[in-house]
Design a protein around this ligand. Structure first.
Ligand SMILES: [Ca+2]
Length: 302
């Protein structure tokens, strides 16, 4: 995505001193990018209406990424977006695109979150929200973004684990930061519409507790079924936002279960592999499966 040089310079001088942190910047201070005729802004709400493939959206003021961050978490309340209608992207001050996301599924209504990994950011970053090379009719509201840091990470797509009414899947991990804000997983729904939503809970695991205690979740999220890609879609992680205060070095468990009882055919498929992640392991119905890890990344606030 190319940003006109004159626009870039205008914004960079207007936002000095650069903001650091997660403070929300009103869309009023964002700048139109692409074809301005295809979008309208009313307060914090942005409406996209591109009948043909087009690029149109808004670009945030530049903000210095916190030292040590290696990803950006962007989010917005989204309505009536077909798959691919919403693009979030991350740019350097010189306009280079270093992070990119399009919604992999329809979003009828709800908050969309995306973690975009970036190489160690140098200098201030800007975030684009809008549509990129797609037809789009959607609304976005209350857009936020923050620099985050990846903690736990295990990449495995060798084996599948099915989450259903009588099979809960979980993965333990060592917290790196003080506030977990999101996890990313490789997951698919096994039937398009027929089945429950996905419940994700985080538990603190005491060292001698096996199975892990499940009385009190430190964070919980429900992901609508429509937001989990179907089995035939390309493999791409989805971001699940959570807000858990964590103690660095302490072990936690992220657990995946259906929001209501369901048969195996109506469940979800999670990917994993041989457990080379040293800080934890997969749990199946609360029992450790020590030679396995689930494909998982955890992200902390800066
Ligand atoms: Ca392991």
């Amino acid at each position: 995505m190319k940003i006109a040089r004159d626009q870039r310079m205008t914004v960079l001088t207007a936002v000095l001193p650069l903001l650091i942190g997660t403070s929300a910047v009103s869309l009023e201070k964002w700048q139109t990018a692409g074809d301005a005729r295809l979008l309208s802004r009313q307060g914090e709400r942005l409406t996209l209406s591109a009948k043909e493939a087009a690029t149109a959206g808004m670009l945030s003021p530049a903000r210095s990424a916190s030292p040590g961050s290696d990803a950006v978490l962007a989010s917005a309340d989204v309505s009536d977006a077909a798959a691919g209608a919403i693009t979030f992207s991350v740019h350097t001050a010189s306009g280079e695109t270093i992070g990119y996301w399009q919604n992999p599924t329809n979003i009828s209504r709800g908050r969309a979150h995306a973690v975009m990994q970036v190489d160690k950011p140098v200098g201030p970053l800007r975030v684009f929200v809008g549509t990129h090379r797609k037809p789009s009719s959607a609304t976005l509201e209350n857009v936020r973004w923050e620099a985050v840091r990846r903690g736990m990470s295990f990449n495995g797509s060798m084996y599948g684990a099915i989450v259903h009414g009588s099979n809960l899947e979980a993965q333990s991990f060592k917290a790196r930061g003080k506030k977990l804000v999101a996890v990313r997983v490789l997951i698919r729904r096994l039937k398009e519409n027929d089945g429950p939503d996905l419940r994700v809970r985080i538990f603190r695991k005491t060292p001698d507790a096996d199975p892990y205690p499940t009385e009190q979740a430190v964070a919980e999220a429900t992901v609508p079924r429509e937001r989990i890609p179907q089995a035939d879609r390309p493999r791409e992680e989805i971001t699940i936002a959570l807000a858990a205060d964590t103690v660095p070095g302490t072990t936690y468990v992220v657990e995946f279960s259906p929001s209501a009882p369901c048969e195996k055919d109506n469940g979800f498929l999670l990917w994993g592999g041989i457990g080379t992640y040293p800080g934890g392991c997969r749990y199946q119905n609360g029992s450790a499966v020590k030679d396995w890890d689930l494909h998982l990344e955890a992200y902390d606030a800066m």
